[in-house]
Design a protein around this ligand. Sequence first.
Ligand code: SF4
Length: 194
Amino acid sequence: MGLEERLPSGIILTTLEQVAGWTRRTSFWPLTMGLACCAIEMISYGGPRADAGRWGQEVFRASPRQADLMIVAGRVSQKMAPLVRRLYDQMPSPKWVIAMGACSSSGGIFNNYAVVQGVDHVVPVDMYLPGCPPRPDQLMDAVFKLKENEVFHAPIGADDVANRVAVEAAKLAATPLIELNPVTGDDARAVTHV
Ligand code: SF4
């Protein structure tokens, strides 16, 4: 017999982590990070048609200090990359990143020296959103998946900071999307040509 069977009915059993996760996932504040054409779809996401405000997702902040979600919408130029990183560093933890569209995920059609070939070279990415551009509905779906898969289960407690540093280091050390074999998902850099 467990403790729950001894408690009177009406007591809600949960963990502090789940309570924190529940509050976090219902109060996303995205940072304004529109860098190119994908930004138009991101703007539509907060507009009356898609109306992300139905789920409290549309409160875009102009200050990184008030934001916990960075939606990188558009290609990241080499010149912009240090600023993206600085804004990410200025966001309070816990924080999450969505790479919206082909350009921010992998450089897209801009395979040249001026564009970073994926924002995952600069900040740790939690979710990649395919498309050129992705529709607002896709962004909505990505935010919901992020909430369910990561935000709700984000650990809290004494080891919180150490955990976050470790997770960020692991994500930055992971193989960038552009280097993955599109068929097998393996690191394409390991392939040797004869
Ligand atoms: S993915 Fe397409 S729509 Fe988005 S920034 Fe790149 S070119 Fe523009």
